[in-house]
Design a protein around this ligand. Structure first.
Ligand code: MN
Ligand code: MN
Length: 406
């Protein structure tokens, strides 16, 4: 792990022999050439090894960019009967005011209670199989089964439930407000429990005694039998699909392939109901999500696999580099320049979620390629090779040399 990161860091760290020569038993030291000094401790070596670009920032880092990383591994985990849920919100990652995320596991049959909330909810299935139910304000009916790589979008205020199928499931939820809390949604049990029984009786036109056994408090996550197959359940309900589907079986659609990796775009062009958009980015070892920014959206990241680093650039010469592993959350505020680099020896995968319907970006390379060449050269004093490297076609990921394998 340490070797991978250290080797990839060599490009801007040529003289950090102590770290570059690190072995599994050695201890990484905050020394870069003639700068820095060893850390005699106390120190948390495991975290230092995971975050070499925090311990020894590239020389190009500068100024005070706020923290842009929070691992789900450090988020309070709410353990329930047959499942768990943890969240990274503005309380964990204060810069992320526009979006929050929840990572949830439901064992076979286990239900996330019928509920609603004021935030829109985007979901990505990580593992297993899951059933979603939705009823919207047109009284459209949705019951759908999703598998890894599929997504849904629940609009603001629309009631829904989630249930693990055979083998259980794990998924990621992203909400369009950083203030969201998974622990503060509106629940069917609590709505009923906090309505006078006489009103419940009048509302449903039956005696109050029929509501004597309703739960006094939330169920939230609770065990149920694995539900009947989808076609059986659909026969119990009216055939009344919504005008725009709330699920998108993205797993059935191929990504766009490039030298160095691939990108799957999930936005309102294919999934018209969605108000949040996403890229699923896969980088081969050494591959780079090219330098770019997003003109109209913040980027909420969830790392699925591998090891990455990202530098985020803002006005007044501010730049800060972060390292990421599977299960970490990253965030890029709107308009800030950034790249993502695979610094490991295996495939790196990350989800980027944007608080806009369409994925848009500005590529540094394409911008330069579509600007009068003399003007670009006059700014940057580039030689002919650099000018010839500019390209007008979209290539969101580019290849690179993977770190040396031992
Ligand atoms: Mn929800
Ligand atoms: Mn981006």
């Amino acid at each position: 792990m340490a070797n991978n990161a250290s080797n990839a860091d060599n490009a801007n760290n040529a003289s950090n022999a102590e770290y570059a020569g690190n072995t599994d038993n050695a201890i990484v030291q905050p020394v870069r050439g003639t700068r820095g000094a060893t850390d005699p401790g106390p120190r948390n070596v495991a975290l230092d090894l995971q975050n070499p670009d925090i311990l020894m920032p590239p020389d190009t880092d500068n100024g005070s960019i706020p923290n842009l990383k929070f691992p789900f591994a450090m988020a309070h985990n709410r353990l329930e009967d047959g499942g768990w849920a943890r969240e990274v919100t503005v309380r964990e990652l204060p810069i992320a005011k526009s979006m929050a995320g929840v990572n949830m596991r439901l064992d076979a049959g286990v239900v996330r209670e019928l509920h609603w909330h004021k935030e829109a909810e985007w979901a990505y299935i990580l593992q297993g199989n899951v059933r979603l139910t939705v009823v919207d304000s047109d009284y459209s009916v949705v019951v759908d089964d999703l598998k890894p790589g599929d997504v849904w979008l629940i609009p603001t205020g629309i009631p829904h439930s989630i249930q693990g199928l055979e083998g259980g499931c794990e998924f990621l939820l992203v909400f369009d407000d950083g203030n969201f809390s998974e622990n503060e949604t509106l629940l069917i049990t609590e709505f009923m429990a906090h309505t006078p029984p006489s009103v419940l009786a009048k509302n449903f036109g039956i005696d109050a005694e029929h509501f004597a056994n309703i739960p006094k408090s939330e169920k939230y996550i609770f065990r149920q039998p694995v539900p009947e197959p989808l076609d059986v359940v659909l026969q119990q309900l009216p055939d009344r699909p919504p005008a725009l589907a709330y699920t998108w079986h993205a797993s059935e659609h191929a990504p766009a392939h490039y030298e160095g990796g691939s990108v799957k775009t999930i936005d309102s062009r294919d999934f018209p109901a969605t108000t949040l958009s996403a890229l699923i980015i896969e980088l081969e070892p050494g591959g780079l999500r090219e330098l770019h920014w997003h003109p109209d959206a913040d980027e909420w990241q969830y790392y699925l696999e591998g090891e990455a680093r990202m530098t985020v650039f803002d006005a007044t010469s501010k730049a800060r580099t972060f390292n990421f592993q599977a299960g970490d959350v990253g965030f890029v505020p709107r308009t800030m320049g950034h790249y993502i680099e695979n610094i490991g020896t295996t495939t790196m995968r990350v989800i980027n979620v944007f608080n806009s319907k369409h994925c848009t970006d500005i590529s540094l390379n394409q911008w330069m390629a579509l600007t009068p060449p003399a003007l670009v050269q006059g700014h940057l004093d580039l030689d002919d090779v650099a000018m010839a490297s500019l390209r007008r076609d979209r290539r969101p990921v580019v290849p690179g040399t993977p770190p040396d394998k031992d």
